[in-house]
Design a protein around this ligand. Sequence first.
Ligand code: URA
Length: 243
Amino acid sequence: MATSIKKLPLDKILFSQGFGTRRHCNNLVLADLVKVNDVLIEDPQELFSPIDLKLTIDGLDWEFHEKAYIVFNKPTGYECSHKTKHHPSVYGLLPAPFVERGVQCVGRLDQDTTGLLLISDDGQFIHKMTSPKKNIGKVYQITTSEQLKSAQIEHLLTGVVLDDDPSPCNAVACEQISDFQINMTIVEGRYHQVKRMIAAVGNHVAQLHRFQIGEYTLPNDLPEGEWRWLNTEELLQLSSNPS
Ligand code: URA
């Protein structure tokens, strides 16, 4: 995550941020569509130190970030995929440069799951956050359709076997909130894992919301469908284990 301090030509900076090919970025500057720190720049080769650079591209304000690490509050009805099957893509809710620079979801949520979704173009970061070996807890608020029994919660903690995988998986923590609600922490990210674990103990997920990863909690002031950049402190919180 180290940020380079080398000066770079403006068209290269724009290219690195996802504003199209180098030629397209060159043309954006020549068309007087690019400001740097509120000053119109006419030369695509003018050099800038990218640190703390504020770009404005065709009216869109854009902070320079060498790598993209963003938090998104996922609404229901969106798929976490670039090629969706039945619902629109979460990527359609982000500014186009993110898609151009190849961002991916850090662990997908189902279309009907809401809440904390991280999105990045840093492959190492994505691997670290999703690898079960790194033991990073993901905390889900689960609303069930049947009243929760203590035996079911015990079973989730001791481990359940899912239909397509003989190795058991378990919750690392379960906190009962009400008769129909628990907060459950898992460190793996198997396909539909939470829904299948709840089904395996004889209950059913009515609503699913992820609100925490590591020690990082979905910000209260981030409305559904909105995103923002993560800062260094938040990135550190993400790699800590809450359990
Ligand atoms: N587990 C699920 O079943 N669904 C999700 O969206 C996330 C985890």
